[in-house]
Ligand binder design. Structure first.
Ligand code: SAH
Ligand code: SF4
Ligand code: F3S
Length: 435
């Protein structure tokens, strides 16, 4: 192995990219790379990119522009683009930005070591295949001396849903589930190196079919792992919330009472145009069933405003759905036209209409989030402490509902679940006193 080379990875987009970045670093570790947290002295810079909205994709090119000086100063510096922009744009990236040496799509990360050999020889390396082999099997093992108390674990990738606005089925390919035995052995390794909470990841994680019992079957297997205290999963599609998964929310103690269940719109007309294959009413009924199983569950969602053809009335339907459901937290976006998706062919709404709607929608969601957090004051939460806070003696962790919680606690409490009384609510966090 050669002397250590420095690898700088910058990650955009969803949690799956966070997970992938870690696996890429591990794969390149075998080629003598160690990670660094600044691009300034790196031998390789990798941007792990997101294509979901136009802004996210364009960011990549402005970021690349900033590395020009570094490349001029160090001709041995190699620059790579990974992730969903790499998959969507392929060699176009090198055409637009010739200083890029390497372009690798999300399904080809196990080929990175060979691609490193290619770029070190001075050639360009491009791989945006969807190979048959399981990249996770071929990537290096995740063994490590110690880890943070929380970890992501990808169990499913890709999407077959083809919502009319979304690039994911094109950038991540068809739905593929990892066999449960592999997921479970990876979970054991994580727990052995100190992980207490695992978040199962998938673009449509509740469509997981690597276990005969589906995602719920996998969760119950993970439930048996001693030392694993918390299980979460994200992101789910309403149409794949089966009875077993709803039941698990009521009966599996390790499964946390938090669910991210995007609905996108509250208008049936728009849901149909989006190809979501569910109605506002079926979504609300589903939420009722989930809350019957787990009444304190904190619900999160995603919304898009300004989808082609969305009228004021459609938008008001979305506002009504939000009022009816009452979200503990949510993400909302202005519709972004993505080339190659069916919705991009439709007449687009003026930007100011979408911007105005987004503002109103976000104000409503924010007021629900604040009201929900305020209602926690005086109650108790269980906090898994993850890191030290800014003030001395303070630790930061997550409640079972995924609130950020600050509390005074000894350093030894890091990695522990501690019960705390909530004494204050701020817009994005809670303050607690350990009991
Ligand atoms: N698989 C998940 C999330 C995919 S992307 C799901 O089905 O819910 C995350 C979120 O980005 C989506 O839920 C959607 O709200 C948003 N999004 C996707 N494409 C978009 C686009 N073209 N414009 C604006 N927001 C978009
Ligand atoms: Fe995109 Fe829809 Fe698939 Fe989610 S379900 S990843 S929004 S196509
Ligand atoms: Fe973005 Fe790809 Fe994730 S488009 S949201 S990084 S799946």
């Amino acid at each position: 192995m050669s002397a250590d080379k420095k690898l700088f990875i910058k990650t955009y987009g969803c949690q799956m990219n966070v997970y992938d970045s870690e696996r890429m670093a591990e794969a390149l570790g075998g080629k003598g790379y160690v990670q660094t947290d600044t691009p300034d002295d790196a031998d390789m810079i990798l941007l792990n990119t997101c294509h979901i909205r136009e802004k996210a994709a364009e960011k990549v090119y402005s970021e690349l522009g900033r590395f020009k000086g570094l490349k001029a100063a160090n001709p041995d510096l190699k620059i790579g683009v990974a992730g969903c922009v790499a998959q969507a744009e392929g060699e176009e990236i090198i055409r637009r930005q010739p200083m890029v040496d390497l372009v690798v799509g999300p399904q080809s990360y196990h080929r990175l070591p060979a691609m490193d050999d290619t770029v070190r020889r001075g050639a360009k390396a491009l791989d945006t295949d969807f190979p048959e082999d399981d990249k996770f099997d071929m990537l290096k093992k995740r063994k490590r001396a110690s880890r943070a108390p929380t970890a992501f674990l990808t169990v499913q990738e890709g999407c077959d849903k083809f919502c009319a606005f979304c690039v994911v089925p094109y950038t991540r390919g068809a739905e593929v589930s990892r066999p449960s035995a592999r997921v479970i052995s990876e979970a054991h390794e994580l727990v052995e190196s100190g992980v207490k909470e695992i978040t199962l990841l998938g673009q449509n994680v509740n469509a997981y079919h690597g276990h005969e019992g589906g995602l719920a079957g996998l969760i119950w297997e993970l439930d048996k792992i001693d030392g694993l205290e918390r299980i979460r999963f994200t992101t789910s599609h309403p149409n794949d919330m089966d009875d077993a998964l709803i039941d698990a929310h009521g009966s599996c103690d390790k499964l946390m009472p938090y669910l991210h269940l995007p609905v996108q719109s509250g208008s049936d007309r728009i849901l149909k145009a989006m190809n979501r294959k569910h109605t506002a009413e079926s979504y609300i009924k589903l939420i009722e069933r989930i809350r019957a199983a787990r009444p304190d569950l904190l619900l999160s969602g995603d919304f898009i405003v300004g989808f082609p053809g969305e009228t004021d009335e459609d938008f008001e339907d979305t506002m009504s759905l939000i009022r009816e459901v009452n979200y503990g937290q949510a993400y909302s976006f202005k519709y972004s036209t993505r080339p190659g998706t069916p919705a991009a062919e439709k007449p687009q709404l003026p930007d100011d209409v979408a911007a105005d709607r987004l503002q109103r929608l976000q104000a409503l969601l924010k007021s629900q989030q604040i009201a929900n957090q305020d209602a926690m004051v005086g109650g108790r939460v269980k906090v898994l402490f993850e890191k030290e806070g800014r003030e001395a003696g303070q630790l930061i962790g997550k409640s079972e509902y995924l609130h950020a919680v600050y509390a005074e606690a000894p350093k030894e409490a890091l990695g522990q679940v501690v019960e705390a009384k909530v004494v204050e609510s701020s817009p994005n966090s809670l303050a607690g006193v350990c009991l």
